[in-house]
Each structure stands twice: as structure tokens, then as C-alpha cells.
Design a protein around this ligand. Structure first.
Ligand code: SAM
Ligand code: SF4
Length: 325
């Protein structure tokens, strides 16, 4: 088992397959010109399988593939199928633009649930946020996956004066569609133009929904990051991920492997452990994994304690696109 110094068991690994992406979401990519990591510095498919095997042998029972955009990687299908042989729940976070090319692979891999990101239900606003004209492709892929019986959670990063006016449109979508909308508080990362006044808090999101809907809380799982709700009679649900105003670090069980093979013990951790170089040098990586997790801070990477306390210039971290969310 992989345990930190606060007795939190770490059994959930998120693996970034690439820092490349077919969208350009401004809140995720750094502002400055960005060079994607060359393929030789990325974990290769066999290296991903070897590392995933080590984690699985040491108690990991859930793996999420992410990126960048995991499905832009040429060998994405091969990686998905190889990880599906492990005794883990395999899932993925994707922007959805290429999902229609992967339905057979996902079915063969036994993937039952996916997180798909969609911040707006308006095509022109999608273009503004992502700088790519792919709204209709993403939306129809979400519908396709739901029709195929896959549980779809839709990630919506809520930003003041950008998409906060659409919160109730997303809730309306859950009326006849079994879609699980997750509103995410906007988080600060290197170069992403974050300011505290662009964050719409958990309380503000619920307040906005309560102007149109009565809703009930859902019972959560032990390690849930999202607080869930349902409008009685709706086919789907909504939830809020309140990292900035009500963090859920006490029950954290997550580790992150970046596409270049560095282990991060928190989305906001400063330190990283280079597992890929160790693996390529023939070293035993398990002690490195255990040391990294033992050094995990109690909350928020030890970098801030909540919304009021963020000093953006002082944050030491990667950009979101190189971590994987
Ligand atoms: N490309 C895939 C996607 O967009 O779903 C996977 C990678 S993306 C980095 C993972 C998740 O992080 C997405 O749901 C995205 O909306 C979210 N995200 C990115 N930047 C964020 C930020 N600054 N605050 C909150 N969520 C963010
Ligand atoms: Fe790409 Fe996902 Fe980041 Fe958007 S949020 S730029 S889709 S990695």
C-alpha cells in the first residue's frame, strides 16, 4: 500500500499521456508561447504499462488517463487496451473532440465512465474559450457516449462573467438527459491568468441554481471531490468541485504521473519525483514512489489554504496542461 504521513491511503493514479492538445483553453494553457514536450521525453507505451503495473501491485485500484488531451496521442488506443488488462477501474478525462474514433476501443477496454470537459453550451463561446471550432463535435460525442450507456460526467470550469450565466442551462440539460454535470471552481496555475475575482464559489454556484431549482444533496463516496445534488425528477445530477473554497484534502487518495514521467503527490505540489529516468536507469522505482507520497503536504500542496490566501506570483507549479487535472 502507498500511504502518506497523514495515514491517507493512495489508491488512485492519474496518468497524463501527453501535454499536447487539440484545443487551446486559455485557463489551462500558459499565456506565453508553449512548446509541447518532444516524444522522446514522454513515457512510451511500454513504460506507462510498467509503471502502472507497479502502482497496481501496490494497491492502486483506479487509473484515470488525462493530458493535455489523451486522445491526441497516436498510440492512445494501444495504451488504453494495455492498461485495461490490469485489475483497476480504468477511466479518462477528455475534451471529447475525438471520442467518436474511440468508441470500439473504450468498449473493448471495458471503460464504463468518462469525464468530458465542456464549459459552455454555446458554440461561439466555445470558440472563445478553446480557440477551436469543435463545439458541435464535442456535444454530439457526449450524446453518442450516453447513448452507448457510458456514464458521462461533464466538467464545467465556472468563471465569472464568462459562463456563470449558463449554470442553470447546464442544470436544465440534466432534466431529460442522464448526464452528470460537475461545476469546477476556477483554480490558479502557472500562466493561466487566474484572479480571485474570476472564481465563482461553491456557495455562489448553489445560490444561482436555487433561483430556479429545488435540489437535494446526494450521498457521496469516501474520496469524492465533488459534492453532488439532484433536482427531483431529473435524469441526471449536478455537483460542485470546491477546491478553492472548501477543499477535500483530508480524504485525498490521488497521485499524478505527468506525461514526462514525474510523480506529483498533489495538483498543487511544488516537488516532483522523476520516475521515468529512474525506470530507464534500471532503478527500483517503488521506494521513490513511497518517499514522494510520504512528503505530501496536508492540504493544497502546502502552497495556500484557500481562496483568500493565494499569492499567484509566489505559486510554484506547472501549468495545468502539463499536470493533467
Ligand atoms: N484535455 C482533457 C480535458 O480537457 O478534459 C484532459 C486534461 S484537462 C487539463 C483536465 C480538466 O482540468 C478539465 O476538465 C479542465 O477543464 C480542467 N481544468 C483545466 N484548467 C483548470 C483550471 N485552471 N481550473 C479548474 N479546472 C481546470
Ligand atoms: Fe486541452 Fe483540456 Fe487543457 Fe482544454 S482543458 S487546453 S482541452 S488539456
Amino acid at each position: 500500500m502507498i500511504i502518506d504521513s497523514f495515514n491517507r491511503v493512495h489508491d488512485y493514479l492519474r496518468i497524463s499521456l501527453t501535454d499536447n492538445c487539440n484545443l487551446r483553453c486559455f485557463y489551462c494553457m500558459p499565456e506565453e508561447e508553449y512548446d509541447f514536450t518532444p516524444a522522446s521525453r514522454l513515457m512510451q507505451a511500454d513504460e506507462i504499462a510498467t509503471l502502472a503495473n507497479i502502482f497496481s501491485a501496490n494497491g492502486v485500484n483506479k487509473i484515470r488517463l488525462t493530458g493535455g488531451e489523451p486522445l491526441v496521442r497516436k498510440d492512445a488506443a494501444k495504451i488504453i487496451l494495455s492498461l485495461s488488462r490490469l485489475p483497476v477501474e480504468l477511466t479518462m478525462t477528455t475534451n471529447g473532440a475525438r471520442l467518436h474514433e474511440f468508441t470500439d476501443v473504450l468498449e473493448e477496454a471495458g471503460v464504463r465512465s468518462l469525464n468530458i470537459s465542456l464549459d459552455t453550451l454555446q458554440a461561439d463561446k466555445f470558440m472563445l474559450i478553446t480557440r477551436r471550432n469543435l463545439f458541435h463535435q464535442v456535444k454530439s460525442n457526449i450524446d453518442l457516449l450516453i447513448r452507448k450507456g457510458i456514464r458521462v460526467k461533464v466538467n464545467v470550469v465556472v468563471m465569472k462573467d464568462l459562463n456563470d450565466s449558463e449554470i442553470n442551462d447546464f442544470v436544465a440539460w440534466t432534466k431529460h438527459t442522464p448526464v452528470h454535470v460537475r461545476f469546477i471552481e476556477f483554480m490558479p496555475f502557472s500562466g493561466n491568468r487566474w484572479t480571485s475575482n474570476k472564481v465563482l464559489s461553491f456557495g455562489e454556484i448553489l445560490q444561482s441554481i436555487s433561483t430556479e431549482y429545488d435540489y437535494l444533496p446526494l450521498k457521496g463516496g469516501a474520496h469524492d471531490t465533488a459534492k453532488g445534488f439532484i433536482v427531483p425528477g431529473h435524469a441526471g445530477t449536478f455537483s460542485v468541485i470546491s477546491t478553492m473554497t472548501s477543499p477535500f484534502c483530508d480524504t485525498c487518495n490521488r497521485m499524478r504521473l505527468t506525461a514526462d514521467g514525474k510523480l506529483k503527490n498533489c495538483l498543487f505540489s511544488k516537488g516532483e519525483t522523476d520516475l521515468l529516468t529512474a525506470l530507464r536507469n534500471g532503478e527500483d522505482v517503488l521506494p521513490l514512489i513511497q518517499q514522494n507520497i510520504l512528503s505530501k503536504a496536508k492540504a493544497l500542496g502546502g502552497q495556500f489554504s484557500g481562496l483568500e490566501d493565494v499569492k499567484v506570483a509566489a505559486l510554484e507549479n506547472r501549468s495545468m496542461i502539463t499536470i493533467g487535472g
